[in-house]
Design a protein around this ligand. Sequence first.
Ligand code: ZN
Length: 213
Amino acid sequence: MPTFRGDKGLWKKFRPEELADFDAFIRNPELVWEWYQYRRKLILDVKPNPGHFSLAELEKHYSQFTLITQNVDGLHQTAGSKNIVELHGNILRNRCIECNKIYTEMVLPEQNRVPRCRCGGLIRPDVVWFGEMLPAEAVERANRATKTCDLFFSVGTSAVVYPAAALPGMAKQQGAFVIEINLEPTPVSGIADVVIHEKSGVILPMILQKLGL
Ligand code: ZN
């Protein structure tokens, strides 16, 4: 998927605050739903890359492995990863804005009417929108894993969106070895023990190969 902040990101064509914002959703839920259904269709055509598969494979060989992601596309699950912390939610999932009931499957009713929960509440995509808090349980799990890890990979992230951007530093501070894999330098590059400027889909399979996995 085009990354959220990449130059060619889908968002370039739209004003994000018109689409990924709770007030915008309340103002025009049909528009927001249309946008998310469009993105979901795109995602269904995307397959996990060798990087996703490598992470899923790594997890099989280490007893404590946590994958913390800001991605909402669900591709890590598709690739087979199990212990996943989704900091920004999952675009393939929905949630009632009133009672928080989770809906894993959702087909837009005809005439593009916005689906409603049995309780009467509007149903929204279960992703974190602008100005919203990250799910507390996910943040807590991410922090716990970071504070207890021996090895921390920062992979394919610009490392500017907090609180995820703080995790590599947190890992380093408690004594973990930090490896950054990203095409360009980021704020993490300065503190990482190893910095590799290459695509994760190229490097991660090589690391597995070196490990004999
Ligand atoms: Zn409800």
